[in-house]
Ligand binder design. Sequence first.
Ligand code: GLA
Length: 410
Amino acid sequence: MRQLRFVAVVGCMLALMAMPAKAQKWEHLADTPQMGWSTWNKFQGNISEDIVKGIADAMVESGLRDAGYTYINIDDCWHGQRDGNGFIQTDPVKFPNGMRSVAEYLHAKGLKLGIYSDAGTNTCGGMPGSLGHEYQDAIQYARWGVDYLKYDWCNTTNINPRGAYQLISDALRSAGRPIFLSMCEWGNSKPWKWAREVGHSWRTTPDIWCNFDSLRVFEAGYSQFGVMQCIAFNDSLRQYAGKGHWNDPDMLEVGNGMTENEDRAHFTMWCMMASPLILGNDLRAMSEATRNIIMNKEMIAIDQDTLCVQGLHYCDRDGLQFWFKPLAGGDWAFTILNPTRHDIDFALNWQDFNLTDKAVSGLSTDFDTKVYKVYNLWTHKPEGKTTTKNKPDRKLTVKSRDVISYRLSL
Ligand code: GLA
């Protein structure tokens, strides 16, 4: 009898060991926030192989690839039909040479290919969704040489988001090719609370539109966020971001029609928040001003900093917002954001900003004992040092809808 029980217990243990372990998401694809470009903000569904290849050429020629922007992401509306076996095909008119040839073109240029699907029956643009075809789609993407998947949330009635995103994460893992998973369910089910091991980034907000500070409300009952609305919402979630898993307040609108000041503030704040930097403008025809903003390598370094901490909105004063981001090696990024419609003069006393980032990094600015070198991240010039004296150290004018942004280094 005892022997029998022993055999049964060992049998159960062996059976458990033989069960497939839950797949882990691909590691090290998001040690810092992802950088690249997407078709959506500028072109929506009006995309083609020529546009994608032209953007890839511009990415390389402009120096953006070497500044770190490596993903070229094809968003909604690249799809054709499923074939007789259920495998998704590319739209033969928009992409006459197929998706694998796009991947090969990008890879030959040192770039990576991103693609888009949806957890529901159909994508937001009405194309075939992945529901019921998750493993098949992951296999197809891997065959094509895809490196990144944005997975959307339209047409998902009665679908559980945790289950749906875990399923596609497992499918991508099983397909055998490292593919970044960018989750896009607009923050509805608070993915920051459960998706750390599932995806590499999650949208925290509804869609952005090219506007600095207003909501665009649609009759259908949903709204799009301006830059300030994205910041306000994303700000409350900083403790959930970190190496490998980032809050995503949506793609950039720099170069799509806001003023230069607004574009600079938008880009700076995405870097302060360690957000994904996915460009959304037409790189083939951008102004020098746009290029200077998105190519600011010192600002990109704030976003990509290896301490991996999302910036802290420390306080508001005189209409200004004061943001601090602790950086590797004891440095800090410090940004004053003026969201108002008028320029604001401000006398800066470092002692007003002795803070400890209790919630995330535990680090302190210690302006009463430490002296930092001050480097202006937009004029690209040193501006002296901080002082331990408790009195105004410098007079600043922060332009309307603009920023002053410093790197403080020891
Ligand atoms: C949703 C997403 C957008 C974009 C569109 C495509 O609205 O949030 O970012 O991908 O779908 O239809």
